[in-house]
Unconditional design. Sequence first.
Length: 222
Amino acid sequence: MAEVRLPGEIERRSMEIIAQELAERGIVLSPEVQSVVHRVIHATADFDYASSLVFTEDAVRFAVEALQKGTPIITDTNMAKAGISAAALGKVGAEAYCFMAEPFIADQARKAGTTRAVAAMEYAAEHYPGAVLAIGNAPTALFQICEQIENGLRPALVIGIPVGFVNVVESKEQILAVCREAKVPAIVARGRKGGSSVAVAICNALLYTASGLLDPSARGWN
């Protein structure tokens, strides 16, 4: 029978294994991005993210500083919103929002002949223009954010992690190029892989850093 471990011990041991396997693969991460990459691998058991995650210059530092000021996080799925650490959000005085299931968003999308993801990002840009935008599902949301940035929107961070086959790679490459041009901090997973769980892992890594909760014992785990 496998040895039973406490949650905090499991997380610490998992992070040790991740660090060891990265070292064995000859992968060296900068201190700035290490906590994000490790947590994404922890959430997915997929070491491809060590190379596919792309960070614009100082993206983690800018994001952590923004979160420490209580900057809200906008997600493109309620599943992602639910996975973001409530304790860490509370510690920095921030909130997480998702507007995708709101009836007024569905109505707006229907009238405009577009997707709810586009309508939700339009709403977010109007009401939360400096937010962290965490996109793990909808490429159309990323395309809309590209357009908004070109028109002057300046989010605190764009997390571009949609998963799938249609418009996914293209949306990620476009948001990365647009963010670099506009000097908007971004974290993007190149290729087809991604998803809400990866977006959550990135958000939590940033929040844990911002709130001093990286070690599970700080979150009340033994």
